[in-house]
Design a protein around this ligand. Structure first.
Ligand SMILES: *Cc1c(COP(=O)(O)O)cnc(C)c1O
Length: 469
């Protein structure tokens, strides 16, 4: 299995190569050179497998034997062992034809754990085999940082430093990061904004000698391995509802387009997915694209579903590449114009192809609160604001055939966004028992000014390669 760049100017790599590289050298994203496709008989054989075994079977289709299924299976069992539900990601019926695929039973209560927990172990195993180590640096406004820290804590070949804007994350978010006391984890509270943190991280990557010295790495959402690790749960839900002998649809609350792209990949692999619904909040660029081929960037507005407060969905480039018939030159040109002009020029033919599979739907904050209240009142279900966007989208633009069930990706636990849930329902959702003492746990973090040399000195001192172990 080889991977090629969507922009066609980077050398092809194997799975381990794309795992460690993240972004391709030409600025493109890695995609499989050919998609694995399963027959109906092969899909049926996957029914009834425990989630980690199913995930190992699917991921092995993308690794080309390095690592193979036998090595992936114990790794994935370990990745999901700490989840708060024996089914890893249970499928719960919440309305007549609507199901919630609960992806939030991991350590940080959001769907990113599904991929990140396995990614940390994959990184560690691959680096150990090669005798290498890396330092992961990242900036977070809250959620991604905690998922990355939980994924990398106690990993032998990985040190991690996460920058957050001091005083500008929620207390749950900060504590989920700062109460991890593992020696390879450090948190920096930067006196500045999220943009300052992001600029500092970019500057560290741009400092070539520092980058090489520290072997800097990132675990952002354009990493192909993260997308690949999100495919199995779509397979799991579809099989549970009767696939491959019955069609299903998915509704996915969307930000960077990684999660819904994984659903598209499952469809490309032959899973009978009738429709994919892309849910957005007031940052509705994807809904505008799908309804009118209008992908024009506007300013990002804050909302009740902050993980979807995005204007440029980085993983969309992978779909664009497919819509353009895998023409890397055209993809590179389209992305260049998008960057320069703030509007993506997608040919009408390609846009029409997208609309055969994807439907878009956008919901503002008021609608989101109303949907959280409705789900609680009529269905007895407590949903977080992201999930509520997904359920509202499922009801607004369902497949026309009523026999097709719609599965909503439930991307966060309601206790992760307690204020919105309480406003809508009057109920303060409690943290699950394994996190109940979060507010009593000791915290550890370092305050620094938004200054590159101060941050670089800290990272250098933190890395265990410089601490002699
Ligand atoms: C990251 C995130 C999303 C968006 O997922 P993408 O893969 O970026 O589209 C949605 N909901 C929650 C809770 C998230 O953390």
């Amino acid at each position: 299995m080889r991977y090629i760049s969507t922009r066609g100017e980077a050398p092809a790599r194997d799975f381990e190569g794309v795992l460690l590289a993240g972004l391709a050298e030409d600025g493109g994203l890695f995609v499989p050179e050919t998609w694995p496709v399963l027959t109906s008989a092969e899909w049926r054989k996957l029914r009834g497998l425990p989630y980690p075994a199913l995930a190992a079977r699917i991921l092995a289709l993308f690794t080309g034997g390095q690592p193979d299924e036998a090595a992936l299976r114990p790794l994935l069992e370990k990745a999901y062992a700490g989840f708060g539900h024996p089914a890893t990601c249970p499928l719960v019926q919440i309305d007549t034809r609507v199901f919630a695929l609960e992806l939030f039973h991991g350590p940080t209560l959001a769907f990113k754990d599904m991929a990140m927990q396995a990614l940390g172990l994959l990184f560690d195993a691959t680096l150990a085999r090669r005798g290498e180590r890396v330092t992961i640096v990242g900036a977070t406004s809250g959620d991604t940082g905690s998922a990355a820290i939980e994924a990398c804590r106690d990993r032998a070949a990985v040190d991690i430093v996460i920058l957050h804007p001091e005083g500008r994350t929620s207390e749950v978010q900060r504590r989920q990061m700062t109460t991890v006391l593992s020696p390879n984890v450090a948190n920096l509270a930067v006196a500045g904004s999220f943009d300052d943190c992001q600029d500092l991280v970019k500057a560290m990557f741009g400092d070539a000698p520092f980058r090489e010295e520290m072997k800097l790495a990132a675990v952002n959402s354009i990493n192909w391995a993260r997308v690949a690790l999100q495919i199995p749960y779509y397979v799991s839900a579809a099989l549970a509802l009767g696939a491959p002998d019955r069609e299903v649809a998915f509704s996915v609350p969307t930000g960077n387009f990684g999660n819904v792209l994984a659903a598209w990949a499952a469809r490309r692999m032959g899973l009978p997915i009738a429709q994919l619904i892309v849910g957005s909040n007031r940052n509705d660029i994807l809904a505008r694209f799908l309804s009118a081929n209008d992908m024009t960037v506007r300013t990002v507005e804050p909302s009740l579903s902050p993980s979807m407060d995005i204007q440029v969905s980085s993983n969309f480039e992978r779909l664009l590449f497919e819509l353009l018939g895998r023409d890397a030159k055209a993809t590179a040109g389209t992305m260049r114009r998008f960057r320069a002009e703030g509007r993506m020029p997608v040919p009408d033919e390609a846009w029409k192809t997208a609309t055969e599979v994807f439907r878009g739907f956008a919901l503002d904050d008021q609608g989101t609160l109303a949907e959280i209240a409705r789900l609680h009142r009529d269905c007895g279900y407590l949903a977080d604001p992201h999930t509520a966007v997904g359920t509202a989208a499922a009801l607004a633009v369902p497949p026309s055939d009523p026999a097709i069930p719609v599965v909503v990706a439930a991307t966060a636990h309601p206790a992760k966004f307690p204020d919105a849930v309480q406003r809508a329902t009057g109920i303060a959702p409690p943290l699950p028992p394994r996190l109940a003492d979060l507010y009593q746990r000791p915290e550890r973090y370092t305050r620094l000014p938004a200054d590159l040399s101060a941050v670089e000195s800290f990272v250098r001192a933190h890395a265990r390669r410089n601490r002699g172990d």
